[in-house]
Design a protein around this ligand. Structure first.
Ligand code: PEP
Length: 255
């Protein structure tokens, strides 16, 4: 299970120190890791290196991923961060196509596909976010939206695989209406997504499905089903170390 904390534009150094202090206890993290459970933290760009060093010095076996990256390789793109730069910072993967990037920064399905191609060729694990709005759900167009968002990316993944790049890809189903709202999709809806990916793009495509959208220690157990959900992407709740521990205890038991 992959448990990802998307910190969005939150967490300064002092808050990161407090977060890590509250998670102290390297033995339990190693025990969880040995059971196949990993915690990955996604801070803002300026803290990638710092957070990696802090985790190492505390013997906390957490992964570090970025929240975004540029599709271009390098050059005159002021304000952007390249895949190679992320790699250089010891980052293992990157969230791509988050609904906030689509909504506030005009990121298109095509741009997400370009970024995924770049991530794969640089050896970064892409976590591709997709999901429908409330209006799209109410108008019955969920399947169409999922295919439109996943299809162009899956094509690039297959092309990369044909070229010998075997980096895995995770898909984070994040219904827009569930993000930060306190409402979650039900297990039935997540099963529907899984079955759609399988039917539209093949078994392999559905094998790394995460769920995101108002996950916390109360909602998480009802959203977990072996073989369907391979992890969670968590925003608000995982800004707090106590909540991380409560979710891990609830799902995986205290080692
Ligand atoms: C997110 O934005 O990726 C997310 C899942 O947020 P939240 O958990 O706050 O709904």
């Amino acid at each position: 299970m992959l448990m990802i904390a998307n910190w969005k534009m939150n967490m300064t150094k002092s808050e990161i120190f407090a977060f890590l202090d509250s998670l102290a206890g390297e033995d339990r993290w190693r025990a969880w890791r040995d059971r196949g459970v990993r915690l990955v933290l996604c801070p803002s760009y300026p803290y990638l290196d710092f957070l990696g060093d802090q985790c190492k010095s505390r013997n906390l076996p957490f992964g570090i991923m970025a929240q975004n990256m540029c599709a271009f390789e390098k050059g005159a793109y002021t304000g952007e961060v390249s895949a190679a730069m992320l790699k250089d910072q010891g980052v293992e993967g990157v969230l791509l196509g988050h609904s906030e990037r689509r909504q506030y920064f005009g990121e298109t399905d095509g741009a997400v596909a370009e970024k995924v191609t770049r991530a794969l060729s640089t050896g970064l694990l892409p976590v591709v976010c997709f999901g429908e709005t409330r209006q799209e759900r109410e108008s019955g167009s969920c399947a169409e939206v999922w295919s439109r968002q996943v299809g162009p990316v899956w094509e690039r993944v297959r092309k990369s695989r044909a070229e010998g790049i075997q980096t895995p890809v995770y898909w984070a189903y994040e219904p827009v209406w569930a993000i930060g709202t306190g409402q979650t999709a039900g297990l039935e809806e997540i099963r529907e997504v899984s079955s759609h990916l399988r039917k539209a793009f093949g078994e392999d495509c559905a094998s790394g499905l995460l769920y995101g959208g108002s996950v916390n220690d109360e909602s998480v157990s009802g959203l977990c089903e072996k073989g369907t959900v391979h992890g969670f992407l968590v925003g608000t709740a995982f800004l707090d170390g106590g909540n991380v521990l409560r979710v891990f205890d609830r799902l995986f038991g205290r080692p």
